[in-house]
Design a protein around this ligand. Structure first.
Ligand code: PRT
Ligand code: ZN
Length: 292
């Protein structure tokens, strides 16, 4: 399969935790492409973009070497591969921590107790740097999967692995003692591609679409009716946001108020609004939010 030289190239995980989320991100940015299992390459129908699907471990190097202009991959993989790429944007999914954990009954309670101990991990480079910075000498045992069972097999005294819900640690009677890295999916770029004006323009267009979608995901659109007399108070409840849209209603002393509300403030804002006399509060998801 020959890639079109003028098209931008992005490399995504083929299968795994980030694969579907990456394809959803592209689709929500209005990009139209075919995907079916086993496919390694897909041209985008409505944007000059070719999509490559690979194992996540290879993504940083492909971007570093310019095989692809862009990639989406966990920050943990970028750091583990020590790839020379530009980290453009955190994408808000695939969040996890790379954490050191030990058996519940272990005497190890901090990274400094690891001196002379064995630590199993699939992220040996990150762990090595972390221990070196703390001047702790431990034996790093590189494992490619099921790191969590190594202490019970007496292969290691501690592990350093990715944790999201924590249930894998709990079911293996391990407890986290130190966060080595907070990770999430990142949009990464090849440095040369960013310097090329034509490629840069396409990259900026894609970033704008991704960001407007990510912003929308953590914002709700709130509509309500309120007495005109409550308007000033309502404006103070919607802090740090652009001034709300106020629409007159047939009923003279009432207005309709529309505003975007960040998800993390959402319930707090709704409760305060109700106290002002706001009623008929409608909340709708936002698909895209283009600002600036
Ligand atoms: O085949 P390929 O090489 O592409 O994929 P992979 O098997 O190497 O990676 P994959 O698909 O498992 O994960 C891809 C990326 O998702 C990782 O590099 C992280 O950036 C991110 N991610 C987020 C995670 C997790 N959360 C996660 N919980 N990756 C792995 N896990 C594993 C962890 O290793 C442990 O086994 O899930 C288990 C712990 O989960 P909890 O929920 O029990 O804590
Ligand atoms: Zn992998």
């Amino acid at each position: 399969m020959k890639l079109d030289g003028d098209n931008l190239k992005i490399v995504l995980q083929k299968q795994g935790r980030l694969a579907q989320l990456c394809r959803e991100l592209l689709r929500s940015a209005g990009l139209d492409f075919e995907y079916h299992e086993g496919r390694l390459f897909s041209p985008c129908q409505n944007f000059p973009l070719d999509i490559l699907f690979l194992r996540d471990d290879d993504i940083p190097e492909y971007v570093q070497d310019g095989v692809a202009d862009l990639g989406v991959v966990g920050l943990n993989v970028v750091q583990e591969k020590a790839a020379q790429v530009i980290q453009l944007d955190a994408l808000g999914f695939g969040t996890c921590t790379l954490s050191i954990a030990v058996p519940r009954k272990s005497s190890i309670s901090s990274v400094y107790d690891l001196e002379g101990k064995r630590i199993a991990t699939s992220h040996p480079h990150i762990v090595e740097v972390f221990l070196d910075q703390r001047k702790v000498k431990a034996r790093i045992i590189q494992i490619s999967g099921s790191v969590e069972i190594t202490p019970s097999l007496d292969v290691a005294d501690a592990i350093c692995d990715l944790v999201s819900t924590g249930s894998t640690l709990r079911s293996n009677e391990l407890e986290p003692i130190e966060v080595v890295l907070k990770s999430e999916a990142f949009l990464i770029a090849n440095a040369q591609s960013l310097k090329d004006p034509k490629r840069r323009e396409l990259i900026d267009r894609l970033r704008m679409r991704f960001q407007s979608n990510l912003r929308a995901r953590c914002t709700k659109y709130v509509m309500m009716n309120a007495p005109k007399t409550a308007l000033e108070e309502i404006k103070t409840i919607l802090p740090g946001m652009k001034s709300p849209t106020v629409v007159p209603l047939a009923e003279d002393e009432m207005v309709a108020i529309h505003s975007a509300v960040p998800e993390e403030l959402f319930w707090d804002v709704i409760e305060k609004l109700r106290k002002t006399g706001a009623s008929d509060i409608l909340v709708v998801p936002i698909e895209n939010m283009v600002t600036g």
